[in-house]
Every structure is written in C-alpha cells, then in structure tokens.
Design a protein around this ligand. Structure first.
Ligand code: ZN
Length: 77
C-alpha cells in the first residue's frame, strides 16, 4: 500500500492522466482507505481549477505544508 507521502507526490500526475493503470489502482486503493488523502486530492483539484497557471509538480516543502495543514484540521474537528 502507498504511503500518504507517495500519494501526495503522485497526485498531480494522476490528475494529469499521466499514470499507468497499475499505479492508478494503487492510488485508488490508498484513496479509498485514507480520508486525509481523499481531502488532499479534493483540495488539489480545486486548487488546480482555480489557479491553473500554478499547475506543476509540488515541491517536497509544499507537500509537507499541505499535509501539516490537513493534519492540523483533523485535530480541530
Ligand atoms: Zn493517505
């Protein structure tokens, strides 16, 4: 099973459709089991829709920031 970090790093590639079936299935499996990554993907989609010019691979730092933000939200629920 993929780790959250692997999921988030590959997420933008998946949204681009630049992914093999096998990898896509692994992503889907993680997505089904991980509500944090489900929300990450939803937010990433919204972000890409609202600011398409920013679309590019997220840096490690950006991924870490988003994950930290999501985990923080998790606690405040
Ligand atoms: Zn995850």
């Amino acid at each position: 099973m993929l780790k959250c970090r692997e999921f988030t790093q590959a997420a933008d590639r998946m949204l681009d459709g630049d992914m093999r079936l096998r990898e896509r299935l692994a992503m889907r499996l993680h997505w089904l089991h991980c509500h944090v990554c489900r929300r990450y993907l939803r937010q990433l989609r919204q972000l890409l829709r609202s600011v398409p010019f920013m679309h590019g691979p997220a840096s490690d730092e950006e991924v870490a920031q988003v994950m930290q933000h999501l985990h923080h939200q998790e606690k405040s629920l």
